[in-house]
Design a protein around this ligand. Structure first.
Ligand code: PEP
Ligand code: MG
Length: 762
């Protein structure tokens, strides 16, 4: 059974389009369960009707043509109740609704199972038989298991099909505004044309594209094949002495695979049908891979890798010739499986409007760079059918981590006006840059920025930052091929400190682990966010820590009061004591070496629930506290901050999170220590008002949000903020808090500053 499940799911996953996915599903269900009928109904997103989409056993001519209303028949009942319905005699059931066109009246036994993805009913799987009998428990359990596994694949294929079918005039169900969730990578909204680029020679990253000139594509492909043949022959000849007869035979086998009556012939056929060579190659290789992967024999299954390797070799040659796209439309939205800064550099800066990557998170280098450049970005859009998106219109909602494909005029209009409002608002906000951040009743609320790239420095200064609340030093480490030397680091830190002088700069010691991995320091863990992260890594590697701290202290020479060293992911007092001892040892050594440097202030990041309850003891031992609310939220709520699957559970305005944040501020206050916050919440106008009321001394944020927050604070009396906090702290749910704060800001005429919510569009 498990083997059948595995192979069905695999086959559906690799189906090139929705129709094939559905056809494969019903064919295989009927085969495996031995039923007379297997059918699929899918919900039309617009009308809510259950459309007859695939069948084995009923009338195929009705596929796509007949449907049931949202409350009509047994199928709708399965969907509405979100549970299986198993009947001995469907025809006599009061809810039975005959669809005469499909010819189901002969079938009595009926088992319907809902297909549900992320709480949304996508459709219903139905099996039927003439005999009057109940399907047994095993059959029901099999169909439920299969449906749960297929839901993701069908959701994916549905979206893919939705995009491909658009404009074909088909009468079948129509899905517009296909929406894909990811994580917010960089704020802002962009509307533009998708250009899909992948790293070179990565078959799965090749998009579908129509070919402009069939003869040219055929020729390009022939040359690529010839080049690979030559490579294989040369390699075979070079290794002939050291190879046994079996391995030599393998080289011959590779050459055969490239023959006209194998891969090459199939690719040529697809090119003649209008596909460009790279896309045709990807399709053919993937089809072969599916066949191999379905084989029981593990040796033969392994041969799939050979086919893939060959495909990639051919692709490398094809890409060398046509190399990359040379034309980029205005408002290019760069889309890819893994968009990296290198891939991005292929697009001329003036054409680039936004970024969508299937991999990565808000901490990825790409997201950080996008924030620095002010480019809206969505990361981790795992379900995105990137290969089919080339040339399609996209909306990138970098506020909420959403991508909309082929937006309807209404949706586009909504986002267009949002972009315009944001632009106008940004111009108005620019006027605030030199004004102090002070409430109407005179409470000063210093706003600092989070930095990491050199690029962040001018942006932060342009927006009037009063200091740096978080310099993520791991970012410059990410673009190196080895740990930077003490002197390299000193120069880098000096540049940062001097640029902001005389403003203070919180330099965080290396915070790697989790999803921040250095290519030259690999880590493999089952649970990286609960593993070797932040201070845990650097305390285990004092040689790395000491070099960094020495570089920081030396960089601060002569810049009185500027350098503040900050320790990430502290969980225990002993970590605080050990790290501080190392910092002061570094300081003493540098003084002994004869340099004139100041003793740095040292602070601790509160990012772990354990540290919340020891905030007072930690504050007593250090110079300041800085709250990392991104990590604190993820650890308090047990929600991975980068996992789109649970993104709706990541609530930074959760009542428990707010209570913890208030307690940290109180703890720091009781021992008279400075406390700042540098998570995303500080850059959210609703959060900023509440944090000010809690008594935070500094709010540190992306420079993009700085003037927006300043505007809200300059228009919110401190006494009012305190009253709002008091009201919020007795509320039970994040939704109630969000609604209350939103209404309050809107009521105070500050609605423009509220970052738009997902689903804000009807
Ligand atoms: C945080 O966790 O809130 C924080 C500011 O640090 P980072 O986002 O770099 O983990
Ligand atoms: Mg953190």
């Amino acid at each position: 059974m498990l083997e059948s499940l595995r192979s069905i799911v695999q086959e559906v996953n690799s189906a090139p389009d929705l129709e094939t996915a559905l056809t494969v599903t019903v064919r295989r269900i009927r085969e495996v369960m031995g039923t007379e009928v297997a059918s699929i109904f899918l919900v039309d997103r617009i009308s809510g009707r259950y459309v007859f989409m695939a069948t084995e056993g009923l009338n195929r001519a009705s596929v796509g043509k007949v449907s049931l209303a949202p409350d009509e028949g047994l199928v709708a009942q399965v969907g509405q109740r979100s549970e299986p319905l198993n009947l001995e005699d469907a025809v006599s059931h009061p809810s039975f609704h005959l669809l005469p066109e499909i010819g189901e009246e002969r079938y009595h036994a009926f088992l319907g199972v809902p297909i549900i993805h992320h709480r949304r009913v996508l459709g219903v799987l139905v099996v039927q038989q003439q005999a009057r009998r109940r399907f047994d428990e095993n059959e029901e359990a099999f169909l439920v298991t299969l449906s749960a596994q297929l839901a993701g694949a069908i959701a994916h294929a549905e979206a893919t099909g939705a995009i491909q079918d658009l404009g074909t005039g088909d009468e079948g169900p129509h899905w517009h505004d296909a929406k894909f969730d990811g994580v917010a990578g960089a704020p802002g909204v962009a509307i533009g044309t998708a250009v899909v680029l992948g790293p070179p020679a990565l078959l799965d990253a090749v998009p579908d594209r129509q070919c402009n000139d069939i003869m040219v594509e055929l020729l390009l492909f022939e040359r690529a094949i010839e080049a690979v043949r030559t490579e294989i022959r040369d390699l075979g000849a070079k290794l002939s002495d050291s190879l046994g007869p079996e391995e030599r035979a393998l080289f011959d086998a590779y050459l055969h695979m490239l023959d006209d009556n194998a891969i090459a012939g199939e690719v040529n056929r697809l090119i003649r049908d209008g596909h460009w060579a790279q896309g045709a190659l990807r399709r053919v290789i993937n089809e072969h891979l599916t066949h191999f992967e379905l084989l029981e024999d593990s040796y033969l299954r392994e041969r799939a890798n050979d086919v893939k390797g060959l495909g990639e070799r051919v692709l490398a040659h094809l890409q060398d010739v046509s190399r990359r796209k040379s034309y980029f439309p205005d408002n290019t939205i760069l889309v890819g499986e893994d968009v990296t800064p290198t891939v991005m550099s292929e697009v001329p800066a003036e054409k680039l409007a936004g970024i969508v990557s299937m991999k990565g998170s808000s901490n990825s280098h790409m997201a950080i760079l996008a924030r620095g450049m002010g480019l809206p970005a969505v990361m981790g859009a795992v379900d995105l059918p990137a290969n089919f998106l080339d040339n399609h219109e996209l909306v990138v909602d970098g506020f909420n981590g959403e991508v909309h494909v082929n937006p309807s005029p209404r949706l586009r209009q909504h986002y267009q006006s949002l972009i315009e409002t944001e632009h106008e608002f940004a111009d108005k906000l620019d006027e605030l840059r030199d004004l102090p951040c002070v409430t109407p009743d005179g409470h000063l609320m210093p706003l600092w920025v989070n930095t990491g790239l050199d690029l962040d420095i001018p942006h932060a200064l342009e927006r009037g930052a009063e200091g740096v609340g978080l310099f993520r030093t791991e970012i410059p480490f990410m673009s190196k091929e080895r740990f930077p030397t003490e002197e390299e680091q000193r120069v880098l830190y000096r540049r940062h400190l001097e640029a902001f002088w005389p403003r203070p700069v919180n330099m965080r010691t290396l915070d790697i682990g989790g999803d921040k991995i250095l290519s030259y320091f690999p880590m493999q863990e089952d649970n990286p966010f609960l593993g070797w992260r932040g201070i845990r890594v650097t305390l285990d590697h004092p040689e790395i820590f000491v070099v960094q701290v020495r570089a920081m202290i030396k960089a601060g020479a002569g810049l009185e009061g500027s350098l503040r060293i900050m320790l990430p992911l502290i969980t225990t007092i002993s970590e605080v004591e050990e790290s501080m001892a190392l910092v002061y040892r570094c300081f003493d050594e540098i003084v002994e070496e004869g340099l004139d440097v100041q003793r740095p202030r040292v602070g601790v990041m509160i990012e772990v629930p354990a540290a919340v309850y020891q905030a007072k003891q930690i504050a007593e031992r250090t110079d300041f506290l800085a709250v990392g609310s991104n990590d604190l939220t993820q650890y308090m709520l047990a929600v991975d901050r980068n996992n789109p699957q649970v993104a709706n559970l990541y609530q930074e305005l959760h009542p428990s999170v707010l209570c913890a944040l208030r307690d940290i501020a109180l703890a720091a206050g009781t021992v008279g220590k400075h406390v700042s916050i540098c998570g995303e919440l500080a850059g959210n106008p609703m959060g900023a008002v509440l944090l000010m009321a809690m008594g935070y001394d500094v709010l540190s944020m992306n420079s993009t949000n700085l003037t927006r927050v300043k505007w809200v604070i300059r228009n919110t009396p401190f006494e009012r903020a305190k009253a709002l906090l008091e009201a919020v702290l007795v509320m039970d749910t994040p939704d109630a808090i969000k609604k209350f704060m939103r209404d309050e800001l809107v009521g105070a005429g500050l609605g423009r500053a509220v970052i738009p919510e997902p689903g804000a569009v009807a």
